[in-house]
Ligand binder design. Sequence first.
Ligand SMILES: [Zn+2]
Length: 478
Amino acid sequence: MSSHPLYGIYKKLPIPLQSAACWFYGLNFVIHQYNKSFYRKLAWLLESERWSASEIEAYQNERLGNIIRDAYENVSYYRETMDKLKLRPSDITTVKDLPKLPILKKEDIRNNIDKFVSKNTDKDRLLFRHTSGTTGKSLHFHVNRETDTLQWAIWWRHRNRFGMTNKSWHVNFRAPLFTPAEQNEPPFWRWVHPMRQVVINMQHITPSKIHHIADFLNQHYFKFYTTYPSFIHSLATIAIEKGLTLKNPPEVIFMGCENTFDFQKQCVKKFTGARITGQYGFAEACGNASECEHGLYHEDFELGVMECYEPERLDDARVKGKIVCTGLTSAEFPFIRYEVGDVGIWENDNTPCPCGRQSKLLVRVEGRQDDYVITPEGGSVMRFDYIFKDAQNVMESQIVQEKLGEIVVYIVKRSSYTQKDQESIRNEIEKWISNSLKVKFVYVPEIEREPNGKFRAVKSLLKEAISDDGCPDCGLPI
Ligand SMILES: [Zn+2]
């Protein structure tokens, strides 16, 4: 709502009129998103997820062949790239042929944006999207309507795995403001009846408002919550701290958009007792993966091919690598071998998922590549959650690296936090990360969210501090 051009007027309306506006917003959303095409796609997806491995392979190869042919004929960026490499569409007819093509980086799109739109494009079929980007530089691009609807149906297939439909009442904890940030009295929620949804903004999940929010959640029954992990984790930590309980917990909590850390899951589980499941997706809509009932991420192969680039074999025969995606549905603005900026860990090919689905399996997504700390020893460390695993007195934390050789640990303390906790965290960092890394502690009332409301557990400002022309992977000057 807060990104809507009329938000300035909306936020000044009395609450009953805001509620009416939310109702119309919901109605408009339902009419446009839950259309015939959506239900057709969802029905198809519920069948295709049971396809055999060879059926999946045949589908992807056929779709890929079409995308490549189309890109070569109509999209000048790919025409030039393939001509330079002396490749023809007939050289890339299966997923196994993809490595013949180069990796597509965000920077390639930024620098050549006009060369990515197919000359056959019907502009009415395109939707404009952008990402804010972790380094503050946004990426602009298009997806077609078919892809948008398919991606939406894939989300709902995921929810359907856990017994939810778009008729199930739910709470959406989200960033765009439905309840204006300056409002200090309840209600801190807005009903969006046509979507069977209540919106609670993370900006209102604060110690002074948590009683009202917990009371509200206890007075109604919602079948599921949908949220960013950091939002529901904030809610759970503040509520536990205040001794509140959830008497009417949801059955499932769907998480997406950010990495989910184990400590977040444990805390949310403790407060809600609900089942937690995740979704890996991104605005470019050229790949997606959704958790199944057995806790593994299945490639949503209908939308795109997910490759493991620069694979590294792990001890348990799993493979870790950069996630590179090729969209199979958007010929108008094709993403071919697009480096998303995340790292994934794939299950080894011989381990089938007990759920019986035969699409490719990821164990987890490890995080944005941009978000890591570089140690004086030259290592790059992405995950710090284990450092805080026993730090019961830390409510929230964030690691920020502004310069080489040093990190700043921002901490929101619980009242029981003492100097001993700080020393124990320092020791853990020395033990696990580096004993020559300088560690500064800064105590804050809350961790600052990104402009899009997202929370970054590890934030590197090195890229911005050094140069945009540095190595795109580590940020160091080349
Ligand atoms: Zn499975």
